[in-house]
Design a binder for this molecule. Structure first.
Ligand code: LLP
Length: 424
């Protein structure tokens, strides 16, 4: 299902320029509604961290996870209340300025290593903490997004829970939650395995050590279809196995607990597109496909170059493109690097797409880019960050991030140059 009409996107491209990220508020709300069966939805904002998206989440009763001082600043700016656990900090290590902030603001910490847990204990005895457990296995849509098992740096090893309890007792920390997140883009089989592991971990320690437990988290990793024939995840089935597990944990602990889920991709991926403009059709000999060159590069959308990720594409223009002949194209960006191709498999093998014959001046839309799109952009090749637009439920397109200016890019360095200039 298309979330925007072609004419709406052409209008936005004309009004705000390209490349541009466009999100649908309505689609984000729809995704949230699907997960409302969980007690708490905690949005992993790394997927798309624009303040306006965070505000939408907050207005819909979604809480937020932060993994850096920058993400904490965003959460606090939007008004997530640390005292009500609306924002928590998840990491495997904590630097000094972040530590100061979490202590000063009373932000609950989800510690992914024993050293981080100790550090919190030493500097803030009595602090409210979660622990992130590595259950001994992981999975992801590719190796780079697998965050569990012995090859992963993330999480406290599942057999180390007795040490967690020792540290917690020593510093009188309040262990309020146990969390597992084994990867991003996780298949159903592995998600089921995580659920079973949670119980095993809880049963591996004396219940007394878990007396303050208030919640467990299923983590994120929920999948969304990127290709047309990929199935959607069955959320009800996923929820019911966790709900059953929660009831078992409640029996063991003899108290009620909350069940959290921590998705990034699921809430925003299908709610966003990247609109680019076609600047060249690069002809190649008959046995190779022509390239469509657009004005977005892997500095904007990194996923195809980084993971070989697939994103659907369409060619739109002021005139209908429906009756144009279909051609086979590779699609690439403007960067001075041959890996700057949006149609590629993992390992850099260039692939092609069947698209309506493209012309310079058309727009090429890259679909399902709401998650890990804008948030992973960089300034490579000294290209400014693209603008972001949120289309509200009434169809109004609102600019939620201005396009970065070249001036913004060089200002930080300009200052250092001046100092040096002064020396000579
Ligand atoms: N919780 C934790 C602790 C995480 O590290 C992540 C993602 C999530 C939740 C949310 O995962 P999700 O529901 O979005 O799968 N850049 C990659 C994805 C990396 C995800 C990193 N952590 C991509 O573009 O596919």
């Amino acid at each position: 299902m298309e979330i925007f009409s072609s004419s709406q996107l052409v209008e936005i491209a004309h009004q705000f320029g390209t490349p541009i990220w466009v999100y649908s508020a309505e689609q984000i709300r729809k995704n949230i509604r699907e997960l409302k069966c969980f007690d708490t939805i905690r949005y992993a904002q790394k997927a798309a961290s624009n303040l306006n998206i965070l505000r939408l989440m907050k207005d819909e009763g979604v809480m937020v996870d932060s993994v850096s001082l920058g993400e904490l600043a965003r959460s606090l700016r939007v008004g997530f209340d640390p005292k009500a656990e609306e924002v928590i900090f998840t990491a495997d290590l904590i630097d000094f300025s972040t530590l100061e902030t979490v202590i000063e603001k009373g932000i609950t910490v989800n510690a992914g290593s024993l050293d981080m847990l100790r550090r919190i204990g030493e500097h803030s005895p009595g602090h409210r903490v979660w622990v992130r457990i590595n259950p001994g296995f992981g999975h992801g849509h590719c190796n780079k997004t697998n965050t569990g098992g012995p090859q992963s740096k993330h999480g406290i090893w599942h057999t180390d829970l007795p040490e967690v309890i020792e540290i917690v007792e020593k510093y009188e920390l309040k262990l309020i939650g146990i969390h597992m997140h084994i990867g991003s883009g996780v298949d159903y089989e592995h998600l089921t395995q995580v659920c079973k592991s949670m119980m095993n971990v809880i049963e591996s320690v004396d219940v007394g050590g878990l007396r303050n437990l208030e919640a467990i988290s299923a983590g994120g990793g929920l999948t969304v279809p990127y290709e047309k024939d990929e199935p959607e995840m069955d959320i009800q089935q996923y929820f019911s196995q966790w709900d059953e597990m929660k009831k078992l944990v409640e029996k063991v602990l003899n108290k009620k607990i909350q069940l959290e889920v921590e998705p990034g991709r699921f809430l925003v991926a299908n709610a966003g597109v990247l609109v680019t403009q076609v600047h060249s059709i690069q002809h190649r000999p008959k046995d190779a496909a022509d390239f469509i060159l657009v004005d977005a590069g892997f500095n904007d959308l990194m996923r195809p170059s980084m993971y070989g990720s697939y994103h659907g594409m369409s060619v739109i223009s002021q005139n209908d493109t429906k009756d144009r002949p279909i051609h086979e194209y590779a699609v690439a960006g403007p960067l001075c690097e041959s890996g700057d191709v949006f149609t590629q498999h993992e390992g850099g093998i260039v692939t092609t797409r069947h698209l309506p014959q493209a012309q310079v001046g058309d727009f090429l839309v890259i679909h399902t880019t709401g998650a890990y799109g804008a948030s992973m952009s960089s300034n490579y090749n000294s290209r400014p960050l693209a603008a972001e637009v949120l289309v509200e439920s009434d169809g109004t397109a609102r600019l939620i991030r201005k396009r970065q200016r070249i001036e913004d890019l060089i200002n930080l360095e300009q200052k250092t140059l001046k100092i040096e200039d002064d020396l000579f």
